[in-house]
Design a protein around this ligand. Sequence first.
Ligand SMILES: C[S@@+](CC[C@H](N)C(=O)[O-])C[C@H]1O[C@@H](n2cnc3c(N)ncnc32)[C@H](O)[C@@H]1O
Length: 232
Amino acid sequence: MSPVFPTTIIPANCRFLQHNIVLEPLPFPDNTFDYVHQRLLIAGLKPRDWVYVVQELERVTKPGGWIELVEVDGHGGNNGPMTQQLWNWIELTLERRGINVNIGTQPGLNNLMEQAGLVNIKHKIFNLPTGLHGGKIGALLKENEQALWIAMTPTVLHGTGIDIQEYEDAIIASAAEVEVFRSYHTVYSACGQKQTCPLPPLHSPDFGGSSPISPMPAPLSSRLTFVRSNIK
Ligand SMILES: C[S@@+](CC[C@H](N)C(=O)[O-])C[C@H]1O[C@@H](n2cnc3c(N)ncnc32)[C@H](O)[C@@H]1O
């Protein structure tokens, strides 16, 4: 959504578009891409947006094509007290905006993919060390984390009402803490494939009953079994 695009290294087959996926469908026809990747939207999407967004990614993927989602959570692990405090402030700020920073487990990227009708879903959760104890990647992640704390300053101060000095002291303390406590970020990654034939309708046919309430859809697992037996 932010127009912050690379300006020096741009592959010839690469185009950048500015678009708000929550306000409007993606500006691509159905079944356009072989592979769709979405990363680090955790602070931008509300729980109900997630369901819609993954369905939208499914729409623009070709049948048989793949979608990959990669996210982190809002608290990391092995945190020292000041680092934990920073995460708590961020989590509180985002919660007050209706954002769930635990989308990696609640409901889980794999479950969002399943709801969107994807199949052959693989889900992986792993920890990336933050700091020099994690080598070059750890050093870069620490740099990135410090930049995140700083960039979030106005948002967190506004969201929590804390004092700027307290916030800045915590950032400085955290730079040392991540090395002592061997902190890490947890990464959630999932891949799923778009089906090659469409799912049957979500709702059972209307048999003319008078109830205004739609019948419950069959559980997804039974619908997937049905599709598999169709393919045979
Ligand atoms: C943490 S950055 C991640 C950027 C990039 N995906 C990456 O992994 O390096 C989050 C990005 O999500 C974008 N974003 C947030 N809400 C969005 C929305 N509703 N529609 C499209 N992009 C959105 C922000 O503009 C920002 O560029």
